[in-house]
Design a binder for this molecule. Structure first.
Ligand SMILES: [Zn+2]
Length: 322
């Protein structure tokens, strides 16, 4: 489990900035109250001495150290109590000077005793939807919104099984060695829906995923192919090789892809050989795929990927008729 490294870096930076901002705002509130209340200014100044007092108490040796420490503790508590009273009697909330962390559990550190806090995990998931390319899709297309009532008879039985297998795949995904799936069948049968749903769930479980349409993948591969040697901009295709799960939707719909097929083959090969997982959906049949791609690609797709056939009547057409 490793999330997307780039997302992790960005989320970490946003947590650091959040902490700094919260501390700065608390400092501003303190200055504002101290300017208004002279007694508060004195209390704050005394409280700032607590750290040095503890330090010097230790330097004075072991004798009566405990007692000196208890005295400092008592003084501090008394000052804090008076601080709260002053705030309340002047119309401020008693925690007005506290640093207001967005997450009080981890104090915006993102982890508690070395374990990732739920707040950071949630942010990483949100960032994961964005960077995987499903942020705009996964609200509508997830396992909860997959409606089996559009399928009847044998198709319903088949699609119940396909849905169950897709869920099992997403729930048991564990990075390298998780296997690959091929979704095939006519248009409007829910292949994109389940491709996005699998991506979403695998991201939520903490893995680095990339979702792309075949058209986008081909255009990125083409751009990489014709990239000049002195172009130092970040590669658009590196993520397709690096991610733990690559989901390619609608293979076969790309325009003019012949020249790119060898690059697709090499990408798929590289992923298969390293044990990385790929989910591919296509409207094309085995025979139609053979007409478009190399036999090597088609045999790898049907040989290495677990194939699931989507059956039924075009759901989009059914929706239009309601
Ligand atoms: Zn937290």
């Amino acid at each position: 489990m490793s999330f997307n490294r780039e997302d992790y870096k960005n989320v970490k930076i946003s947590f650091d900035m959040r902490r700094e901002k919260a501390a700065l705002e608390a400092e501003e509130r303190k200055e504002q109250v101290c300017a208004k209340l002279p007694e508060m200014k004195k209390i704050c100044a005394s409280l700032e001495e607590t750290g040095p007092k503890v330090y010097y108490a230790a330097l004075e040796g072991k004798e009566d150290y405990e007692q000196r420490l208890n005295n400092i503790k008592y003084e501090t508590e008394t000052l804090l109590k008076r601080q709260r009273e002053l705030l309340l009697s002047n119309g401020y909330p008693e925690d007005y000077l506290d640093i207001k962390y967005r997450c009080p559990l981890c104090r915006d550190e993102g982890n508690i005793n070395g374990k990732m806090c739920a707040c950071m995990r949630a942010e990483l998931i949100k960032a994961g939807y964005e960077s995987a390319g499903i942020a705009g899709l996964c609200g509508k297309m997830n396992f909860d919104t997959f409606d089996l009532s559009y399928y009847t008879g044998e198709d319903r039985q088949n699609m119940e099984l396909v849905l169950q297998k897709a869920k099992e795949y997403a729930e048991s995904f564990c990075g390298v060695g998780s296997g690959s799936m091929l979704f095939f069948g006519g248009t409007g049968l829910g292949k994109t829906h389940l491709s996005v749903a699998v991506t979403k769930r695998v991201i939520e479980r903490g893995y680095y995923c990339v979702y792309t349409t075949s058209d986008k993948l081909f255009s990125d591969l083409r751009e990489e192919r014709f990239r000049s040697a002195d172009d130092t901009s970040p590669s658009k295709t590196a993520k397709y090789g690096e991610c733990e799960l690559l989901v390619v939707d609608d293979l076969g719909t790309e325009l003019n892809g012949r020249d790119i097929v060898p690059f697709l083959y090499s990408l798929l090969n590289q992923r298969i050989n390293s044990g990385a997982s790929t989910v591919i959906s296509t409207n094309l049949s085995h025979r139609e795929l053979l007409a478009v791609y190399d036999e090597r690609i088609v045999s790898r797709l049907f040989g290495e990927f677990l194939p699931y056939k989507f059956t039924g009547k075009d759901v989009r057409m059914q929706k239009l008729q309601f």
